[in-house]
Write a protein that binds this ligand. Sequence first.
Ligand SMILES: *Cc1c(COP(=O)(O)O)cnc(C)c1O
Length: 365
Amino acid sequence: MSPPPPPRGPRLDVIRDDVRAMRAYAVPDATGLIKLDAMENPFALPADLARELGERLSQVALNRYPPADPTRFKQRLARVAGLPAGAALMLGNGSDELIHLMIQACARPDVPGGAVVLGPTPGFVMVEVFARLDGCRFVGVALRPDFELDVKAMCQAIDAHRPALLFIAYPNNPTGNLFSRAGLEQVLDRAPGLVVIDEAYLPFAQDTWMPQLAARPNLVVLRTLSKLGLAGVRLGYACADPAWIGEFDKVRPPYNVGVLPLTAADFLLDHFDVLHQQAALIRSERARLLDALRAQPQVTAFDSAANFVLFRVAQPQALFAGLRGRGILLKDVSGAHPLLAGCLRVTVGTPQENDAFLQALGALL
Ligand SMILES: *Cc1c(COP(=O)(O)O)cnc(C)c1O
C-alpha cells in the first residue's frame, strides 16, 4: 500500500504550538513619520566620518568569514568600556542575541517546569519572550507604582523560585528610571544564580555596575552600541567572569558578528567622542522635554535616565493616533502592563523633532 498523499501546502503542524500562537515582534512602518518610537539616536554620523567609514568598509574581505575571536577589537573595546582586570567580554549580534544565549545556556530542560528567569515587570519584553522560547519559566515581579523596585517582593520571589537568571535593566525599559542602588544591592545579594544587569542606556544614565564585576562573581554587565547611535550595526557585549563567558561561548553560533559590524565598530571606537557629544545633547533635550511635558497639567511625566520619557495621559490611544496623524510616531505601551495604564513612551529626538512633538501634543491635549 502506498502512503497517503502529503497534505497540500506547508506542514505547519511541525511548528511548536506555542510558536504558532505567538506573534512576531511588530515594527511599525515609520515611512514619512518623525520616528520617536525606538530609542534610536536621531543624529547621523558626520559626513566626513561616514565617508572614512565607507572607505574602511570597502577594504573588508567579504568572501571570508569573520575572525572566530577578534581579540584585538575586544581588547580595545574592553579598554573603552572600562572592563575590570580579570573579567572577560563576549560579542553578540546586538545585546538581544546575548540575552538569548545566556537564557539558552541556563535553560535546563531536565528541571521540571523549566529553569526560572526572574525580573521586575514592566521590564524589557525580550527577556520573557526568550525565556518562554527556551522552555524556561518567566517570573515577573511587579514594580511599585512609582516604578521603583519592590525590594521585599523581589527578595521573596527570589527565595520562592530560586531563579537561574535574574534580569535587571538599569535604567529600566519602558519606564526609564534607575532603580535605587541600595535596593538593587539587596536584591543582587539574594539571587542564587546568574544576575544580568543590562546597561543598554549607559550613555544617558552614566551610572554603571561594571566595577562591581570584581566583587560579584555571578554578575554579567550587558552593554550595546545601539542606543549610543549604532542601532543598525547590531553589536552588543557581555562582561563577566571568564568562567561564565566560557560557558556562554559554547552556545554562541560561530561567526555571530559579521565583518561589516566588526569593522564599523572598530573604526568608530576611535570616534566615540562624536557619539558621546550626541548623547550629551540628547540628555539636555531629555531635560527640556521633561520640563515641557510637566508644564502640561494633563500629563504626568516620569523621571528618566534613558533616551526616552514615559508619560501618562487620560486617553493614551487617542493621543497616540492623533500624534501619528500629525506625522509623529511614539510607542503606545498603555496596554503592556497594568502599571503602564495611560502611558506612552517618547524617544528623545533632535531639538526640531522634539519641538514638533511638543507642538502637536499641545494642540491635541
Ligand atoms: C534596546 C534594548 C536592548 C537591545 O539592544 P540591541 O543591542 O539593539 O539588541 C537591550 N536591552 C534593553 C533594556 C533595551 O532597551
